[in-house]
Ligand binder design. Sequence first.
Ligand code: ADP
Length: 186
Amino acid sequence: MRLIFLGPPGVGKGTQAKQICEHYKIIHLSTGDILRNEIADNSLIGNEVKKYIDNGNLVPDKVILRIIENRLKNNDVHEGYLLDGFPRTINQAEGFQKIIMDQNHYLNGVISLTANEEELIKRLIKRGKDSGRSDESPEIIRHRQKVYWKRTAPLLKYYNEKKMLKKVDGLGNITDITLRILETID
Ligand code: ADP
């Protein structure tokens, strides 16, 4: 099972990704988590990406694609994976397509989680108070939303045209949303 989760910051991709990965026994790959770990480790990549993340901008496609390509060579993704936070640009989606074609793999589907912008900003500001993340001040949160609509939202159309997109309402309690996602996948 290979899935992509798409949706604006705050929509609950991370929370739902955990549930879905447990259900299918697949690996959760969050590029945000991978990047934050690199920063915490003070690695070369970490130093390169920190300024983008702190300002709420996207890390360059080249860097992300290299990370994903390497990560997908690991044996633990054999049973499948859920990508959370990747791809985030059309260029990344095209790069990803090449990577999986080279591996003779295919994607099962793209889940788009939706919610209105007011609700998202409210959730993020609440989360920002105790997440300890460097990019969760109200100003950076608003900027990340803008970046999403400009650079990532075009992927909704992109995957819809490929007949891969499935929309799921991201409002409600966590279990209900998980059930909605599972129904959509089945
Ligand atoms: P959220 O879903 O709340 O936006 P993430 O943890 O997915 O948070 O991402 C945090 C930050 O990490 C982004 O604002 C961006 O700077 C960087 N990032 C994560 N994934 C990508 C990606 N695929 N391409 C470029 N930048 C990324």
